[in-house]
Design a protein around this ligand. Structure first.
Ligand code: FAD
Length: 313
């Protein structure tokens, strides 16, 4: 991530910056570009529109770092409600929900192992409900300090639901040594560059090094029995994924692209029209602050656009 992006992520964690940003009415308008809406009905409307264009989704109920059990339970209920709403609209089969463990128990204050156990139980409820309506689940990756918990919960869930997916962040140095084992197990793996500010001991710092790590990880994924979910908007990585899939003899059904709602929508459509499988990650809900600031931080042009709208408003 650029130094400016790191600075923004650090600043956005400060309560006074958060309060100021949430107060500015224009923030809300810029957020709408990246978030389907506050309610599950908003989310289902967007899912229906995307499905009409050949784009299945991964629905993400926004929220993270819930430190009390009640908020964690509310987050689980919201995700379960989204699965019900998708099923009622005839849209659940082939859809996915994305889940952040820190939203559903892993960040609850107290003993670490109890929190992980709570997150595991909650994730299991979601995976059971998803399976019942023909939907999939993928566990998002958060900051580097949570990856051990993530891999542990993922392995546990796969005992009952082998198709539960997990995110791997190419920017983390550990990913390249752990990915081959995970890929060999045939897991669904969503490969991303990584959206969190991390220190040099654990993560590549400059963009070129992250891009090279992404390409190496992609080659490992495409060569093995995993189901690769190529989650990037980077044109070079998208081309490379297509080349590697061709070279390793993968059919279009054996892997997929994933892109975020509101980012490069024409490219999403172009890929579908070219016969690729493409899934759009659609966030919804009122807790959009963390997600939104990560989207600003990863692209200086977004930040400039946002700052310009503040001035011209
Ligand atoms: P970049 O090199 O950052 O961008 C390449 C090009 O894509 C840019 O030049 C621009 O044209 C376009 N682009 C990228 N970002 C933006 C943006 N915000 N606004 C407008 N255009 C943009 N990260 C995690 O750490 N954990 C997760 O669980 C996780 N899940 C994800 C799920 C999906 C489906 C996707 C697509 C991303 C996810 N990410 C996650 C975010 C990811 O780590 C990156 O931060 C993000 O995708 C930007 O990196 P990039 O690969 O698109 O490449």
């Amino acid at each position: 991530m650029d130094p400016l992006g790191n600075l923004l992520l650090a600043a956005s964690a400060r309560p006074e910056v958060r309060t100021a940003l949430l107060r500015v009415p224009v923030t809300r308008r810029v957020v709408q570009r990246f978030v389907a809406g506050d309610t599950v009905a908003d989310a289902v409307r967007v899912v229906a529109r995307l499905r009409d264009r050949g784009l299945p989704v991964s629905l993400d109920h926004l929220g993270e770092q819930h430190t009390d059990a009640e908020s964690a339970t509310a987050a689980v209920e919201a995700t379960l409600g989204s699965l019900d709403a998708l099923a009622a609209a005839g849209l659940s089969a082939g859809s996915e929900v994305s889940v952040k463990l820190s939203a559903i128990g892993q960040a609850v204050a107290g003993s670490g192992s109890e929190a992980v156990a709570l997150a595991t139980r909650n994730a299991r409820r979601i995976a059971d409900a998803a399976a019942a309506v023909g939907a999939l689940v993928t566990l998002d990756a958060e900051d580097a300090g949570t990856i051990d918990d993530l891999l542990q919960v993922h392995a546990e869930l796969r005992r009952h639901h082998p198709d539960v997916g997990v995110v791997q962040q190419a920017m983390l140095r550990r990913t390249e040594s752990e990915l081959p084992g995970l890929a060999a197990s045939g897991a669904r793996i969503r490969l991303v560059k990584g959206a969190y500010a991390e220190p040099p001991e654990v993560a590549h710092q400059d963009r070129a090094a992250v891009d090279r790590a992404y390409a190496r990880c992609l080659a490992v994924l495409m060569a093995g029995p995993a189901h690769p979910m190529v989650a990037t908007h980077d044109p070079r990585c998208i081309v490379l994924a297509g080349e590697l899939a061709g070279r390793t003899g993968r059919s279009a059904q054996d892997w997929e692209h994933q892109l975020l709602y509101g980012i490069r929508p024409q490219e999403q459509q172009r890929l579908v029209d070219a016969g690729r499988r493409v899934r759009v990650y659609v966030p919804w809900g009122t807790e959009w602050y963390g997600y939104f600031t990560r989207r600003l931080a990863e692209r200086p042009a977004n930040l400039q656009f946002f700052l310009r709208s503040l001035v011209t408003h």
